[in-house]
Design a protein around this ligand. Structure first.
Ligand code: URA
Length: 232
C-alpha cells in the first residue's frame, strides 16, 4: 500500500488523534517492519505498522457483515437512541473515511447489514443501476392474498408519492401471514410500503440476504469481517 505518515495512519484508522500519535511513537508503541518508529512524521505502508504489538486492523479498509438486531438505527444521529455503531468496535466510529452502513434498515428491522469505510462499495451496492438482490422475510397482520404474487411481479405497483412504479419483485407466500420478498431496489421503507399499499401492515421484517451475503451463523448483534480486497 502507498506509504503515509504514521500520525495520519493512526488517526485515519481510528486509533488515536494525531497529537496522541506523536506520544505513542515516542513511547515506543508503534513499530514499522518490526522496528520502533522514530517520528510520527515518518512514512510507512499501513500494512507494515504494528501498534501495541498488533498489526493495524484492516489496512485495506473495513468491510463487515453485521446481524442487525431490532432496536437500533442505521444513522449516526446522536438523538435517535441506540445506533448500529454502538454495537460495532468504537474505533470504527473514529475512522476517516467514516464507516457507514450499505443502505439502511429500519429500527425494528433485523438481519443482514454490511458496513464499510469504502464509499465506492457503498455506491456500488446501493446504486439502483447495479440491481443488488435483497431478500426479506415478512410477517403481516392479515392473511395474504395470492394475487399479490402477480401484482408485485408485474412492475406496475405505484407507491404513494413516487413517480415510477416498483421494479418487478418476487413474492413467495410461505404461510397465511408469512412471505419472502426479493427486491432489486432499496426505496425508503419499500417493503412496508409495498404491503401497506395492499392493506397489510408489516409486523416483522428480517433481511435474510443482501446480494451474495447471508447471515451464515451470525447471531443478532454479531459481526464478522469480510476480505475487502475480494470486492475492490
Ligand atoms: N423495507 C422496509 O420497509 N424497511 C426496511 O428496513 C428495509 C426495507
Amino acid at each position: 500500500m502507498k506509504p503515509r505518515r504514521l500520525d495520519q495512519i493512526l488517526s485515519n484508522y481510528g486509533y488515536c488523534s494525531r497529537s496522541e500519535a506523536r506520544l505513542w511513537v515516542k513511547g515506543g508503541r508503534v513499530l514499522v517492519d518490526g522496528i520502533a518508529a522514530d517520528s510520527a512524521n515518518d512514512k510507512a505502508d499501513p500494512a507494515k505498522v504494528f501498534v501495541d504489538g498488533a498489526p493495524i486492523e484492516c489496512p485495506e479498509g473495513i468491510l463487515a457483515l453485521f446481524h442487525k438486531p431490532a432496536g437500533c438505527v442505521c444513522s449516526h444521529g446522536a438523538n435517535e437512541g441506540q445506533t448500529v455503531y454502538d454495537l460495532l468496535p468504537a474505533r470504527w466510529s473514529r475512522c476517516n473515511p467514516p464507516v457507514a452502513t450499505v443502505g439502511r434498515l429500519d429500527r425494528d428491522t433485523t438481519g443482514v447489514l454490511l458496513v464499510t469505510d469504502n464509499g465506492a462499495l457503498v455506491q456500488r451496492w446501493t446504486s439502483p443501476k447495479h440491481k443488488v438482490a435483497k431478500v426479506y422475510e415478512v410477517t403481516v397482520n392479515r392473511d395474504l392474498e395470492p394475487r399479490l404474487v402477480e401484482l408485485f411481479a408485474a412492475g406496475t405497483l405505484m407507491l404513494e408519492g413516487e413517480e415510477k412504479p416498483c421494479l418487478p419483485a418476487k413474492l413467495e407466500i410461505l404461510g397465511p401471514r408469512e412471505a419472502r420478498l426479493e427486491l432489486v431496489e432499496g426505496r425508503y421503507h419499500q417493503v412496508k410500503r409495498m404491503f401497506e399499499s395492499q392493506g397489510c401492515e408489516v409486523v416483522r421484517l428480517h433481511r435474510s440476504r443482501f446480494g451474495e451475503f447471508d447471515l451464515a451463523g451470525l447471531a443478532p448483534g454479531q459481526w464478522r469481517l469480510l476480505p475487502i480486497s475480494q470486492f475492490l
